[in-house]
Design a protein around this ligand. Structure first.
Ligand code: ZN
Length: 229
């Protein structure tokens, strides 16, 4: 299998490809669909090659481009069972922050959220954890990794790569995200991710990092960029 990153603004969209079949993980923010489809076409991916669009969690910067990307390729959209319902409340887009700076951002967000243009996540398939993705061309299974959002769904491939959504971010160093819906759940998911002993960890924001770095995940305050989700 082959992994390709398409970066749209601050978000990583991942193409995981096995021959002519491919799964797209997180199409990215609203307005980013053209960048994704142009990059896919340039990589020689035909619309019909995409067998599944998998959304790691119900935050707009990860799923916002989904309707247009789905129109282009026709693939079903999948997410964890509870995540489409979670995304219907726009206030959930920024869970409580782990830093003062993050909290200030969140207060402003909550203040202005009623006027933020927004559409909730629409999924065709609701996936539980442990779902085998082989029928979509990805040799691997889903892993539930709550904490950043309650229904964050990761993918662990047969080759040892772990796609985690925003369980971690890696702008400067592999770190805890600033925003967590549940700190204890995050800690458990972190330990679960580490126990998988992945070869590489692919994050929603920043650079992928080797699984060995899971022994040194830094607290949220180590992030220098405050708009991290
Ligand atoms: Zn997020």
């Amino acid at each position: 299998m082959e992994t390709q990153t398409i970066r749209v603004r601050e978000t990583n969209c991942y193409l995981v490809r096995d021959g002519e079949r491919a799964v797209l993980i997180d199409p990215g923010p609203p307005g980013g669909a053209a960048k994704v489809t142009v990059a896919l076409t340039a990589a020689g991916v035909r619309p019909e090659d995409i067998r599944l669009i998998l959304i790691t969690h119900g935050h707009l910067d990860h799923y916002g481009a989904t309707p247009e990307v789905k129109t282009w390729c026709g693939a079903p959209v999948a997410a964890y069972l509870s995540e489409p319902a979670f995304s219907q409340d726009r206030r959930n887009a920024l869970p409580p922050a782990q830093t003062l700076q993050g909290s200030v951002v969140r207060w402003f967000y909550l203040l202005f959220s009623p006027w933020v243009r927004f559409a909730p996540l629409q999924a065709d398939l609701l996936l539980d954890e442990g779902t085998d993705l082989a029928m979509y061309g990805l040799r691997g299974t889903t892993v539930l990794l709550p904490g950043h959002s309650p229904g964050s769904l990761g993918v662990f491939t047969a080759e040892g790569d772990l796609f985690v959504g925003d369980l971690f971010v890696n702008y400067t160093v592999p770190s805890q995200p600033i925003y967590l819906s549940d700190r204890r759940a995050w800690q458990q998911s972190f330990e679960r991710a580490r126990a998988l002993r992945p070869r590489m960890v692919y994050v929603g924001h920043g650079e992928p990092f080797p699984g060995s770095e899971l022994d040194h995940i830094y607290p949220a305050r180590y992030q220098l960029r405050w708009w991290v989700r």
